[in-house]
Design a protein around this ligand. Structure first.
Ligand code: ASP
Length: 271
């Protein structure tokens, strides 16, 4: 059985924004599901790509801005069969950061590229670039919402192959040059063939300190996804007082979803 879960970030968005965020996540789920027959990697990419275009979600257009008012974007993806990973950090001018993460993965020499070197790599690979102002929305300039809300997707197909993708503008009022957990394998996302796949949203510094997603995936060797994400979040709270959300799929195809913020938009499909 194939499964796809998508989230649009854990946080405390204004009440009136929540239905639209949920609708955006459900559209991303459908876009991802349509690509599921091409494999879990294509499914998570399609879902995240769509969320990068939605101005209410903190990824691509509408992302959180740094202290200079610039969107510096992070994204990462991983597939569990061969442990292939690609990630990018502090991207300002690449239209779809998740596509650039994919190029880094396909290229295979490195795991993580950041800043101007990553932009150059994007151009060399023929990716669409853009003016950095494309990502800046009025809503973010006026800081109408405080919170992080990375977007992410995890998938497992009926052969047990897994993939995960995440994309974010990071946290609000971040220092220029800051890279969060989202492009760090093990912190913001992780996939392993026999154990499962997970990704998170929350204050990245804390996720990095705890290597939270790696721990969820490891825990899934012993327990189901539901228990693994619940315990990881309890541990996050206990150890750091941190807030966030996690989604995961274990080796049996079971799904785990947990968050300790007021709201997290998410949707799943199995079939
Ligand atoms: N994890 C993201 C970061 O710290 C933000 C979030 O998901 O809330 O970059």
């Amino acid at each position: 059985m194939a499964t796809l879960i998508v989230h649009g970030g854990a946080g405390a968005p204004p009440l009136h924004e929540r239905p639209e965020r949920q609708a955006a996540v459900e559209r991303a789920l459908e876009a991802g599901w349509e690509r599921m027959s091409a494999g879990p990697l294509e499914a998570v990419l399609a879902a995240v790509r769509l969320m990068e275009d939605h101005p209410l979600l903190n990824a691509g257009i509408g992302a959180a801005l740094n202290l200079d008012g610039v969107a510096e974007l992070d994204a990462g993806l991983m597939e569990g069969t061969e442990l292939r990973v690609g990630a990018v950090g502090a991207i300002t001018d690449v239209r779809h950061p998740i596509d650039l993460a994919r190029e880094v993965m396909e290229d295979g020499r490195h795991v993580l590229l950041v800043g101007t070197g990553a932009s150059r790599f994007a151009r060399a690979r023929g990716l669409e670039t853009c003016d950095p102002s494309l990502f800046v929305t009025e809503r973010q300039l006026r800081r109408l919402h405080q919170g992080g809300d990375t977007v992410g997707a995890v998938a497992r197909d009926d052969h047990g192959r897994t993939a995960v993708a995440v994309s974010t503008g990071g946290v609000y009022e971040k220092v220029p040059g800051r890279v969060g957990d989202s492009p760090i394998p093990g912190a913001g996302f992780y996939a392993d063939d026999h154990l499962g796949v997970a990704c998170g949203t929350g204050i990245g510094e804390v996720f990095m300190r705890l290597c939270l997603c790696f721990r969820v995936v490891q825990a899934m060797a012993e327990e189901g996804a539901e228990e693994a994400v619940r315990r990881a979040l309890a541990w996050l709270e206990e150890r750091t007082g941190g807030e966030g959300g996690l989604i995961a799929i274990d080796a049996a195809g079971q799904v785990g979803v947990a968050w300790n913020t007021p709201f997290m938009s998410w949707a799943r499909r199995t079939g």
